[in-house]
Design a protein around this ligand. Structure first.
Ligand code: UD1
Ligand code: CA
Length: 455
């Protein structure tokens, strides 16, 4: 099959009014990725080499987004929404390039998996002209029914055009199908619009191909594959299914999730075996975690790279550009942004490290802040290997702490500190014997005098 060329035509011209959104429906995200991008990924995984995106609503926004998630895709505008066959024909120019297989997919059906598409493509390789992906929903209402005779699919009847008898059929059209490229345009051009909705139905090519004596079949996929998203409740439902799949995949690949239902992955999260993720952890886009790391509860992590055997959290926030090398530790209530924490370095409590490097085995005391921003620009803080930064210090960037440098706690460091030096950046302590007692007596008698005056 891999030798057969394949064009995926993705229909995404619908308005999606039920999303009640200024953004085109198919750009709403699942696991941080627009749902139409999930469809593109599935098409590519099923071997599609060409991509045609049919858009009609929010075309500029769609084009811009497509450049990001599918830079190779050609976009075609369907000016008027006259039905699914009409939408596919908007991509006529791409279809006429002579692909072996045409995969028609919907941009709002994000859980379609590559396996279901590959099964349909295999039917074309075996000689079918059309292979329709079917499924058995809990309730068939609203879906096109698949009418079979033996191994042949003879028709797809839209709900509104079904007889009472046909409405009882439970095997339904998931919407997507594979069509042999050499027949596709001829079949599509024969589709008319004499039906209950007055639309050009893609599904009519089943009967048209049958009338030509061509082989037309249905394959069966699971319900999830056909889950179309029309509103935000369904979007959340699809998100839940996606997350459940991903968690299971992670666990089967050797990741321990103590309470899997509370861990949220992004579409691109990479996580190594023997890493343990405690409850209530969120992974935003761009996270890579090696093996043997511990991610403690309530951590929020995005755009971060975490090497093996690191320890993160609880309640850690790793923002884009956080790069933790082996055995680094970032503990509770710490935020790290655009900073490298070298091997074995410790940032354990209540700290902000931004635009910085923390050298290997350095220790950053509680409450340390890299003051990286003056309201206009960001500046870098470089902390050398083995340095010790005492608690509650402010490191005003740009500043360098040399290797083995020692910062007295409570310091405000504005000048660079050489290797192995000790720096104090705070007022000297003054201790006055007996002065505490004297103050207490003075305040007590003043309070007593005020009380008496008020009587
Ligand atoms: C379609 C199928 C139906 C199937 C169901 C599964 C047809 C005629 N019917 O019905 O058999 O059970 O999907 O969910 O194909 N679109 C365009 N331009 C158009 C019309 C549609 O781009 O002119 C896009 C929509 O944005 C959507 C997809 O095509 O992504 C499906 O269209 P929709 O109107 O939702 O079809 P259904 O009535 O759900
Ligand atoms: Ca639909």
């Amino acid at each position: 099959m891999s030798q057969r060329s394949c064009l995926s035509v993705i229909l995404a011209a619908g308005e999606g009014t039920r999303m009640k959104s200024a953004m085109p429906k198919v750009l709403h995200a699942i696991a941080g990725l627009p749902m139409v991008a999930h469809v593109v990924k599935a098409a590519e995984a099923a071997g599609a080499t060409g991509l045609a995106l049919v858009i009609g609503h929010g075309t500029e926004e769609m084009r811009k987004a497509a450049q990001k998630f599918a830079p190779k895709a050609e976009t075609f505008v369907q000016e008027k929404r006259l039905g699914t066959a009409h939408a596919v024909l908007a991509a006529r120019e791409a279809i006429s390039k002579g692909y072996d297989d045409i995969l028609v997919m919907f941009g709002d059906t994000p859980l379609i998996d590559a396996g279901a598409l590959a099964t349909a493509r295999q039917k074309l390789a075996d000689g079918a002209a059309v292979a329709v992906i079917g499924f058995r929903p809990p309730s068939p209402t609203g879906y096109g029914r698949l009418i079979e005779k033996g191994s042949q699919l003879v028709a797809i009847r839209e709900e509104k055009d079904c007889s009472e008898e046909e409405k009882k059929i439970g095997f339904c059209n998931a919407g997507m199908m594979a069509v042999a490229g050499k027949h596709a345009l001829r079949l599509l051009d024969k589709v008319g619009n004499k039906n209950a909705k007055g639309e050009f139905y893609l599904t009519d090519i089943v009967e048209i191909a049958g009338a030509e004596g061509l082989d037309v079949v249905a394959t069966e996929a699971s319900f999830e594959n056909a889950l179309g998203i029309n509103n935000r409740a369904e979007l959340a439902e699809a998100e839940a299914i996606w997350q459940a799949r991903r968690r299971r995949e992670a666990m089967l690949a050797g990741v321990t999730l103590i309470a899997p239902e509370t861990v949220y992955f992004s579409h691109d999260t990479e996580i190594g075996a023997d890493t343990i993720v405690e409850p209530n952890v969120w992974f935003g886009p761009g996270v890579k975690i090696a093996s043997g790391a511990k991610i403690h509860a309530f951590s929020h992590i995005e755009g971060a790279t975490i090497a093996s055997n690191c320890d993160v959290g609880p309640f850690a926030r790793l923002r884009p550009g956080a790069d933790l090398k082996q055995k680094a530790k970032v503990g509770n209530f710490c935020e790290v942004k655009q900073a490298t924490i070298e091997e074995g370095a410790k940032v354990n409590h209540l700290t902000y490290i931004g635009d910085a490097r923390v050298g290997a085995a350095a220790n950053i005391g509680a409450g340390t802040i890299t003051c990286n921003y003056d309201g206009y620009s960001k500046f870098f803080t470089d902390i050398g290997e083995g340095a010790f930064v005492g608690s509650n210090s402010s490191l005003v960037a740009p500043v360098t702490i040399g290797k083995g440098g020692y910062i007295a706690s409570g310091s405000v460091i504005t000048e660079s500190v050489p290797d192995d030096a000790l720096a104090f950046g705070r007022a000297r302590q003054k201790t006055i014997p007996g002065k505490g007692k004297e103050l207490r007596e003075r305040f007590a008698s003043a309070a007593a005098a005020r009380k008496k005056a008020a009587e």
